[in-house]
Each structure stands twice: as C-alpha cells, then as structure tokens.
Design a protein around this ligand. Structure first.
Ligand code: KIV
Length: 262
C-alpha cells in the first residue's frame, strides 16, 4: 500500500499525461496489469457495460466490492481507484466511510466520489481516515436528474464558475485528483489551470492533465458511441467472428481435434 501511495504521488507530480481506464473483472485486469496504463478505475459504469442497466445508481455496495476484489487480484501492480457507489453514500442510511473501508480492504488504493450536495462532508471524513480521494465533477451520472440529463457542462460563465468553485473546494479538502466529465474543453482548461492537483478528463478535451475512458468503449465492445470516445479496437466484431468460427468447427465436427482431447 505504501508503495502504491508513493506511485500515486509520483504520477501526480510527473510531467507526463495520466492515463486511466475502467475495469471490472479479473481477466481484463490481468491484461491491464501488463499494460502501461497508469490507473485502473473500477467504475460504477459497470451498471451500463456489464449489467445492462441504464442507471449507475443501481450498482450495489456488494457488487462494487466483489468487482474491486476481482480487479485487484488481476492487477496487483496497478493503482486501483474504486467508485463510491450511489448506494454507499447518497442513499438513505448509507455509510460512506464503512463502504470506503470495505472497498479499500477489497484492494482499492483510493476512492472516487462524484460531486453531490453532501459530498464535502463525506470526502472530508474519508480523508481524515487516511483514505485517498479522487473527486469527480461536470456530468456526474449519479445525480444526472439534477443536471437535466446527459448535457455538456460548462457552457456558460456561471456554469464554468460553479465548476471552478467545486474543483477548488475538492482540492482544499485534499482530493489528490479530479475527474472532469463531459464539459467544454475551454472550461476544462480553466479548471485545470487553477488547480495544483491533476484533472483527468472524459469528454473534456485535451487540456486536462490526463484522460480516462471506459475500457469497453475503447475496445469497441459496447454498442453505441459517444462523440468523445475513440475506439482503439473493434472487439465486438472480433468476438462475433471468433464465436462464429467456433460454431462452424463444432458443426463440422472439426473441434475438438485429437490434440484437444484426453
Ligand atoms: O464509472 C465510470 O466509468 C466513471 C468514468 C466515466 C470516469 O466514473
């Protein structure tokens, strides 16, 4: 854990852009462990890409814990940030500190907390308990209903001023970095410029200190594509082709071969 904290400080202090991708399972985590990516995020976007749900609010605390365990097992050398799920901090009777401690015990090195009305109290409590916190502002899916849906943030001066205020508050509280989601690139630049801590953007342009993408988006595994996503692979086509080859070989009785039999 101390080694990981030192690595986080190194990344923050570094001159290079930071890369972060989401991950939710052991097998992909094992691949990412061999990659050069800086940070893995066990995101509550698993609601969408793994569970087929439309709302990230539906992810439960036990689900977040179990996926964090799997990712930590697969990627022991990487910095792992786990999302604080809605159920762990915004739902009635939720216990944010207990949830964060469980995620840390599952293998997370830090917890990402989305901006919401009571987030400062939660973040302060986590930091006072020696838990590293990544903030998240802009288009925050857990409170999307308060933002009028999936809308680009930072479109006018008052919106940008509001985002800058949130970012500064998070920095003052002790967050070690902040995700900026879906906002105009000049707004993200202004925010990045006023902060000492790094910003990690998704749909926030090139001026952020780093970039994050949902793994299934960058691999081309998730149907539908947002403007800000670049598919570095078309894995869904490759998966279909591979499974069709398997199906054909089964039908032709050429799989399994002698060499694949006991
Ligand atoms: O859950 C997630 O994937 C995220 C990213 C969009 C940053 O929070």
């Amino acid at each position: 854990m101390e080694k990981k904290e030192a690595r986080i400080r190194e990344i923050i202090a570094g001159e290079k852009k930071i890369s972060m991708v989401t991950c939710y399972d052991y097998s992909f985590a094992s691949s990412l462990n061999e990659s050069d990516v800086d940070i893995i995020l066990v995101g509550d976007s698993m609601a969408n890409v793994c569970l087929g749900l439309s709302d990230t609010k539906e992810v439960t605390v036990p689900e977040m814990i179990s996926h964090t365990l799997a990712v930590a097992k697969g990627a022991p050398d990487k910095i792992i940030v786990a999302d604080m799920p809605y159920a762990g901090c915004q739902k009635k009777n939720s216990q944010p500190l207990e949830t964060a401690k469980k995620l840390i015990r599952a293998g997370a090195d830090a917890i990402k907390v989305e901006w919401f009305r009571g987030c400062k109290k939660v973040i302060k409590n986590l930091i006072n308990n020696d838990i590293l916190v990544m903030g998240h502002i802009g288009l925050t899916p857990q409170t999307i209903h308060l933002l009028g849906g999936h809308k680009i943030q930072g479109k006018d001066k008052s919106s940008v001023d509001g985002l800058i205020k949130q970012a500064k508050q998070l920095e003052r509280l002790g967050a070690f970095s902040i995700v900026l989601e879906c906002m105009r690139k000049d707004a993200a630049k202004e925010i990045t410029d006023v902060l000492e801590i790094p910003t990690i953007g998704i749909g926030a342009g090139k001026h952020c200190t780093g970039q994050v993408l949902v793994l299934y988006d960058l691999l081309g595994l998730y149907p539908g594509k947002m403007k800000f996503v670049r598919r570095f692979l078309d894995l869904s086509v490759q998966v279909k082709n591979a499974v069709n080859s398997f199906n054909q070989e089964v039908k032709r009785e050429t799989f399994p071969s002698e060499g694949e039999s006991f």
